[in-house]
Write a protein that binds this ligand. Structure first.
Ligand code: 6R9
Length: 655
């Protein structure tokens, strides 16, 4: 961890106690109730989770074993129990909630479709039969590459119904990224769409899928194509079939397959500090339990709520809080296809108003982007139905928190700042809105049954308030990742090597204040967080050096008001450094290239062409120095190892 990040500069003293009106109706109405839950978990962690698992999940075969830690760090939960996650999200609601709306979908062009639980159950069952007809069976991998449309959730639940393992690839990822993920997962089937609507344009998903499949992906036998935009796309005879045609022929009954609680529910690829993306593997039972308990504790979900999580299903937030969590809880969700600023920056607030959203969950980057347009836009919509707000993905700066609180929440909605990761499956550190006072910028305290700590280099807990260290989780929890798909070694090395198999290493640095509140300070590894999306610096560097003109590249992040972190790339060309003017065209070429290789979110915000990069004697790029320079801070590091001091002005972008 770099030393500069250890001392925090943020001193936020404001405290917002839960509002009496909110607490009065909340599931966890006060600190005493919360403390008794936490105490139960402290006294008997397994007993606590066993009680929760019995209360929340409908089991086909009850479990006897709670936590199996015979083979750490491969912890297993409820491993002799059997369930089906799609049954828990759909069938069990049919008796009382068949006609309750499950999904309110709004497309970017303005089209609105709703699905009751009964209708969703029908569509999922039918589509599960489509999957079976294509030869998909238990344990097969299915890659889902769709826009934010209800069919994405239908496809996920259909996989869960038959025990196929889905891996959703964000629609904003390129053909190249899609191919890497398909190949790593050795997926049998790809589900995609002709395209999706985003920012007034069409995202060419089928075209990208065609490119990915042309270059490899031998494991793919069939491609199911959803018609969304209706524009013409190339279909390959014998391999590709239209979703609507296949579904029309399918039977509407599909019994769920009863699966072991440890059966993998999904893989979700996320960036690591080195090499290719990691396929984070989640299990069925423990994950579902975490999704359900956090819906109740953190989102205080009630039958009459209209719940809108703005995340794409391509990210873990979309898995846990668009699909599995709210549906398992029998809630009504809003799903929106497009961008927050199309056709204008009032779109989110209009959706909240039109559909009567009561719980709204988004990323700090979206809040900062919308805040830029001022208070008048949200003020022109009726947001009075909102009762709870949430954020996720990166630290929220207190200014954005205050704006969210004042302008969107009308000072009456608690804000839950939820810290968690793809690997943790669900919320880990977050306020319980009726019981825990909040502080702008802090994710507050670990949830009941979650043991988090901030430790020093040696793994000892840091007791000095506000001193930063490594954020670790000290005991297993049900929704934890089970491994990295096909790479146990990488699983050990990444998460369980620094402090042994006892402490799960989150990769984040954090500090605790005098009240024990957690404040996340950033990543300790070389992972960037751009607009709430994790990107490995190495992946962007690899993309850059794959360009014929590029010799070497180093990528670092620097703080950005809107995106959280912006991407700055230092590039050495194979030829001579371009002169000013010539570098503009080249910058655009490189940005477009990275966009094609990884996806538009990975495009560097700035590229500086340099003659050499600062390296240590062992040849490692001096990233700390580059970060200092990228931030425009004074250089305190020893620069004597630089090949030539003369490159400093180049690195600083002054020459
Ligand atoms: C859910 C999700 C995980 C990383 C995580 C941390 C950052 C997420 C945060 C937060 C501060 C919060 N992060 N929530 N930082 N406060 N409330 O975003 O998963 O994409 O895997 O990213 O995001 O750095 O380690 P994922």
């Amino acid at each position: 961890m770099n030393e500069e990040s250890i001392e925090s500069t943020l001193h936020e003293e404001r405290l917002f106690p839960p509002l009496a009106e909110f607490s009065a109706q909340a599931r966890i109405p006060d600190r005493a109730t919360l403390d008794s839950l936490a105490q139960a978990a402290n006294e008997d962690l397994e007993g606590f989770w066993a009680t929760q698992a019995c209360a929340e999940i409908t089991w086909h075969k009850p479990f006897k074993t709670v936590l199996d830690s015979t083979n750490p760090p491969h912890y297993q939960w409820f491993s002799d129990g059997e369930l089906n996650v799609s049954y828990n999200c759909l069938d069990r609601h049919l008796r009382e909630k068949a006609d309750k709306i499950a999904i309110i979908f709004e497309g970017e062009p303005g089209d609105i479709t709703t699905f009751t639980y009964h209708q969703l159950h029908q569509r999922v069952s039918r589509f599960a039969n489509v999957l079976k007809a294509q030869g998909v069976t238990e344990g097969d991998r299915v890659v889902i590459y769709l826009p934010m449309v209800p069919e994405a959730v239908i496809a996920m639940l259909a996989c869960a119904r038959i025990g196929a393992i889905h891996s959703v690839v964000f629609g904003g990822f390129s053909a190249e990224s899609l191919k890497d993920r398909i190949e790593d997962a050795k997926a049998k089937l790809l589900i995609t769409a002709d395209g999706g609507h985003r920012g007034g344009r069409i995202v060419e998903l089928k075209a990208a899928a065609n490119r990915a499949l042309k270059e490899g992906c031998e494991s793919i036998q069939h491609v199911i194509v959803l018609q969304r935009t209706g524009h013409e796309v190339d279909m390959t005879e014998g391999r590709d079939l239209w979703w609507h045609e296949a579904e029309a022929k399918a039977d509407g009954n599909c019994e769920p397959v009863w699966l072991n609680a440890e059966h993998p529910l999904f893989l979700l690829y996320t960036s690591g500090s080195t090499g290719k993306p990691k396929g984070i593997q989640h299990a069925s039972g423990g994950y579902l339990l975490g999704a359900l308990t956090t819906m109740k504790w953190v989102f205080d979900i009630r039958d009459e709520d209209i719940f809108w999580c703005t995340a794409d299903v391509g990210w873990v937030t979309g898995h846990s809080y668009v699909a599995y969590g709210p549906l398992a809880a029998g809630a009504t969700i809003v799903m929106y296809e497009g961008t927050p600023t199309f056709p204008d920056p009032g779109r989110f607030w209009k959706i909240c108003q039109d559909h009567g959203v009561t719980i709204f969950y988004t990323a700090p980057t979206a809040i900062r982007a919308l805040m830029k347009y001022g208070d008048d836009i949200p003020a022109s919509y009726n947001l009075s139905q909102l009762r709870l707000l949430g954020t996720v993905g990166e630290p929220i700066n207190p200014e954005a928190w205050m704006w969210y609180h004042r302008v969107i929440g009308g000072e009456r909605c608690p804000i839950v700042d939820t810290w968690w990761q793809t690997e943790t499956g669900v919320h880990m550190i977050a306020p319980i809105p009726g019981a825990v006072p909040t502080k702008p910028g802090s994710c507050t305290l670990p949830l009941p049954g979650i043991n988090a700590a901030v430790v020093d280099e040696k793994g000892h807990p840091i007791t000095t308030p506000d001193r930063g260290g490594y954020l670790v989780i000290t005991k297993p929890w049900p929704s934890m990742l089970r491994t990295i798909w096909g790479d146990d070694q990488r699983y050990y090395d990444t998460y369980w090597s620094k402090f042994g198999s006892q402490y799960y290493l989150t990769g984040d640095s954090a500090r605790r204040d005098k009240d024990g509140y957690f404040w996340i300070m950033g990543r300790t590894d070389d992972v960037l967080n751009v607009s709430g999306h994790r990107l490995g610096t190495m992946e962007i560097e690899s993309a850059l050096v794959a360009y014929p003109k590029v010799a070497e590249a180093a990528v670092v992040g620097r703080p950005d008001d809107i995106k959280g972190e912006a991407i700055l790339a230092y590039v050495i060309l194979k030829g001579t450094r371009p002169t000013r003017g010539a570098d503009k065209t080249l910058t655009e070429e490189l940005r477009a290239w990275v966009g094609d290789q990884i996806g538009p979110i990975a495009k560097p915000d700035e590229i500086r062409f340099v003659d050499s990069l600062p390296k240590t004697r062992s040849g490692k790029i001096m990233r700390r120095l580059l970060r200092t320079i990228a931030r425009g801070e004074t250089i305190t590091q020893d620069t004597s190892t630089l090949e030539s001091e003369a490159i400093l002005p180049q690195l600083q972008g002054k020459e």
